[in-house]
Ligand binder design. Sequence first.
Ligand SMILES: [Zn+2]
Length: 168
Amino acid sequence: MSFFIFFVIHWYSSLFFQSVFHHRYAAHSQFTMSKGWEKFFFIGCFLTQGSSYISAKAYGLLHRLHHAHTDTPEDPHSPSYSKNIGTLLLMTRNSYNDIYQGHTVVDKAYHKNLPDWVSFDKFAHNWIARVVWGAVYVGIYFLVVTEWWMWLFFTYYICIRCCTWFSY
Ligand SMILES: [Zn+2]
């Protein structure tokens, strides 16, 4: 029972922070919040998304470009320009990384009202944090898993989370 409680809480809490902060707030500016609340959401994203943490600023730019150029060659993640789900995810990952690392320079018009906490992104985004989170997940699963097939949820979570982050 504790396995399912953990899985549902982890799934929906990470989805909540991604949907509210990355998608609706950062990318679409659908509402405003104070800098203090922004920091709360940055930290909430890190705690709930762990090893799949992404920068709200880079995601916001990526998603704004997606909406501005939907299903054209300039769309950073278009199924119309991908052979399959694997190449779509790879294209999205590469587009995101190029924006985050500054290899893709995005026009100033797309930068309006993006949340940006550079030092926190550097801390939460690096490979050490990802490896530590991965170890934490494995440790939690060892604690709550009682049947072998429950590990399939671990694999499922990792795969689906990678897809859903960029599919909004
Ligand atoms: Zn959107």
